[in-house]
Write a protein that binds this ligand. Structure first.
Ligand code: NAD
Length: 478
């Protein structure tokens, strides 16, 4: 018996949750349910997070959370419960299976059967943003080695556990050599530990195009947060089943399972909604808590129901569907099919699937870290890079001197192009004079001189070599 937290949410949430629970309990799920309230009522009662402190205690104690969609009230100030939950509970892996149900649900991709595994905690979603000048704002893209190792290993373990043959990695490391470069490098390192699973890397642009065109050539795809956010919706949509997809958010200690759609308030209380998305989330939950036999039984009965043409309004189609049903009747039909398998859709076999038990991240031996320069970012309203260079060169010393200026990453000094468009945000790179080593003291001195010269420094980034390898990118055009 596993105790789980359940939130029935808003809009169609209570109806689809009741249907989902009825199905999995009828299939023999050994679960004890503890219910909490999240969403609209909690928001409107003045809790901007949409969840009360006592409810957090329940979620953290039970560790497994099945959540129906909620309505985020209109107007500012309300924080997304999903984002907060993922971050607070360290739910680093977002797992979204997207497979077509051709010919029973319309899709251009009848053979599609992919699983998107999205990193869920870092990347541009760290929410570290600053306005630095009148014209320029910045969002920090943070990618960590533990973050990459955890998600990539999760993808390979998932593939191994569910008998999948290939893991593909999407990044843009031809441009972001440090951040996406690390993700790709870790992918290559971990892929070697799974010789039985094929692996490949695609640059995200052509990879995404290929996925939208011929998804059947992919199996499991792992990617950083932002790309995963976008492409998991594309994948669900082209599978023909945004309303039918579920997703899992997995952490080292806790996990949350849900449908990907929202609370569809206009359909609420009418026994119309399709409970399939939440049911798919619940199937993942059953696998996660080690009840794979029940998960398999539910999934096969659900596939059989779809195949029988027993459809809710959202997927009902004359000529394909045989019976238009409501939420409750759909659940009853699935329950009636428990123990059966689909005939033409591929049945699932979860034998051997277990909760993934991943090793804890092991900290690596720190590298030898040498300070080899500094980028000083300057807010300056002029337009001639040569003029700025002259001003900045006044900060040069016997040890360290200006080597390059870029504007939005493009080198504009020395030898810039006059065609290059410049904003008021300039990066001035200082490197040691030949033969000299530098320390933080020199950087402090540059900044102190800058104050005297009325130069508006907005931030610094130190340049380091790690074990002799540059830990920073060159200027574009350098
Ligand atoms: P939605 O997903 O609720 O609805 C989009 C369309 O799909 C609507 O036409 C709706 O009727 C239909 N639909 C969705 N789920 C369905 C189902 N199970 N059966 C039949 N039809 C279904 O998206 P929205 O209208 O943009 O958002 C409504 C509310 O849901 C908003 O408050 C939004 O913030 C919230 N939302 C919550 C979550 C979540 O809790 N995870 C996710 C997305 C949106």
């Amino acid at each position: 018996m596993t105790k789980i937290t359940v939130a029935k949410g808003d809009g169609i949430g209570p109806e689809i949750m009741d249907a989902t629970l009825a199905i999995i309990l009828a299939a023999g799920a050994e679960i004890e349910i503890e219910e909490i309230e999240v969403g609209e009522k909690v928001y409107l009662a003045g809790n901007t997070a949409g969840i009360a402190k006592e409810s957090w205690d329940v979620v953290r104690r039970n560790k497994v959370f099945l959540k129906a969609p909620i309505t985020t009230p209109q107007g500012g100030g309300y924080k997304s419960l999903n984002v907060t939950t993922r971050k607070f509970l360290g739910l680093y892996a977002n797992v979204r299976p997207c497979s077509s149900l051709h010919p029973f649900v319309k899709t251009k991709h009848p053979e599609m059967d992919i699983v998107i595994i999205r990193e869920n905690e870092e990347d541009l979603y760290a929410g570290i943003e600053h306005q630095q000048t009148d014209e320029v704002v910045q969002c920090l893209k943070l990618i960590s080695r533990p973050g990459c190792e955890k998600i990539v290993r999760y993808a390979f373990e998932y593939a191994k556990n569910y008998g999948r043959k290939k893991v593909t990695c999407f990044t843009k490391d031809n441009i972001m050599k440090q951040t996406d470069g690390l993700f790709h490098q870790v992918f290559d390192e971990i892929a070697k530990q799974y010789p039985d699973i094929e692996n490949e890397h695609w640059i995200i642009d052509i990879g995404a195009a290929k996925m939208a065109d011929t998804p059947e050539i992919f199996d499991v795809i792992v990617m950083p947060n932002l790309y995963g956010d976008v492409l998991s919706d594309v994948a669900a949509q082209i599978a023909g089943s945004v309303g039918l997809a579920g997703s899992a958010n997995i952490g080292e200690k806790c996990a949350m399972f849900e449908a990907i759609h929202g609370s569809a308030p206009r359909r609420a209380g009418q026994n119309m909604a399709n409970p399939s998305g939440l049911l798919e989330g619940a199937v993942m939950m059953l696998n996660h808590i080690g009840q794979s036999d029940v998960a398999e039984k539910v999934q096969n009965a659900w596939l059989k129901t779809i195949e029988d043409g027993v459809h809710t309004y959202d997927i009902f189609k004359e000529g394909v569907s045989t019976k238009k049903v409501g939420t409750k009747e759909f659940a009853e039909a699935v329950i009636g099919n428990l123990g059966e398998k689909p005939n033409s859709l591929k049945s699932v076999d979860y034998a051997g699937a277990t909760a993934l038990n991943l090793p804890k991240y092991q900290k690596k031996t720190p590298a030898k870290k040498d300070l080899v320069g500094v980028d000083i970012f300057v807010h300056w309203n002029g337009s001639s890079p040569d003029e700025l260079a002259k001003k900045i060169q006044e900060l040069d010393s016997n040890y360290i001197k200006l080597s390059m200026i870029t504007n939005r990453g493009i080198k504009v000094w020395p030898e810039g192009f006059e065609e290059t468009f410049c904003t008021d945000h300039w990066r001035c790179r200082f490197k040691p004079v030949d033969g000299h080593e530098i320390d933080h003291q020199q950087i402090v001195q540059i900044l102190a001189h800058a104050i005297h010269q009325n130069i508006d420094t907005i931030k610094t980034e130190n340049l380091y070599n790690f074990d002799g390898k540059a830990g920073y990118s060159l200027g574009q055009g350098q």
